[in-house]
Design a protein around this ligand. Structure first.
Ligand code: NAP
Length: 252
């Protein structure tokens, strides 16, 4: 087995997952990423990691399907042979709507990826990492959102609801596996410049809302990646069950 540390990222083809994949490769990890449909974007990230001299792999996976999650982890195992760190990142944002106008189909789709998918993916990571089942320990970072704290009123209560589950999962899972060599934390980004906002139907959403951010600007995917890579690293060795806001003061 290689002694090289590995990181697995769901939703690593674009946005925050892609930025984290690049930064982690610079930090010395071999990196596996999943993507939902955008194989071309995933290939660009893989090529960039390989150019840094690290191993990389892109795996298709719709995380709303638990079977695909299991298959993706199996593909990761076959390629890398060990799992040290997991960034539970894949997520979607629905069309903006008032609470009463959010279709149940949208609520179900958002929960399937953001909450159930993340829960199932964390189970797969724990099965591999836990010293209770013969693993070597590891670190997990879950992707929440400052929306979990703010509530998403008037446009994204479905999304905020889905991320509230991530905060709860992070605390409960952290306690359950702390004595099994696994640290579990979450990041709660604020308004970050990525493609995810396009699905709301609000053009230029980050710029329209940034006046509400104490720092008066949106954040970058790279700024979130810095927090994720740090939380995954041994530099955060005594930190577990923590929700780290990367939000320019939004939510204070
Ligand atoms: P993004 O740029 O839209 O990237 C989304 C990533 O998730 C892509 O790699 C995409 O793959 C993948 N993905 C989409 N649907 C999927 C599905 N059904 N199953 C598996 N993977 C899927 O989004 P982002 O802003 O980086 O968001 C990443 C995470 O950060 C999400 O959980 C989001 O909720 C969270 N977040 C974002 C912000 C923000 O302001 N951007 C703030 C707080 C939290 P393809 O490339 O194949 O589509």
């Amino acid at each position: 087995m290689s002694s090289q540390k590995t990181l697995f990222i769901t939703g690593g083809s674009r946005g925050i997952g892609a930025a984290t994949a690049r930064l982690a490769a610079v930090a010395g990890y071999d990196v596996g990423i999943t993507y939902a449909t955008n194989a071309a974007a995933a290939a660009v990230i893989v090529n960039g990691i390989e150019a840094l001299g690290r191993r990389a792999m892109a795996i298709p996976c719709d995380t709303s399907d638990p079977q695909q999650i299991k298959q993706a982890f199996a593909a990761f195992d076959a390629h890398f042979g060990r799992l040290d760190a997991f960034f539970n990142n894949a997520g979607i944002l629905g069309a903006a709507a008032r609470f009463v106008d959010i279709p149940v189909t949208q609520l179900t789709a958002v929960l399937a990826v953001n909450t159930t998918g993340a829960f199932v993916a964390a189970q797969e990571a724990v099965r591999r990492m836990s010293t209770r089942t013969g693993g070597a320990g590891g670190a997990i970072v879950n992707m929440s959102s400052i929306a979990a704290k703010l509530g998403g009123a008037f446009e994204a209560t479905d999304y905020a609801f889905s991320k509230g589950g991530i905060d709860t999962l992070t605390v409960g899972l952290a306690k359950e596996v702390a004595a099994e060599g696994i640290r579990v934390n979450a990041v709660r980004p604020g308004l970050i410049y990525t493609d995810i906002h396009e699905s709301t139907g609000i053009a230029g959403r980050v710029d329209k809302l940034k006046a509400n951010v104490p720092m008066q600007r949106g954040g970058t995917a790279e700024e979130v990646a810095e927090a994720v890579v740090w939380l995954l690293s041994d530099k955060a060795s005594y930190i577990t069950g923590t929700l780290v806001d990367v939000a320019g003061g939004r939510g204070l």
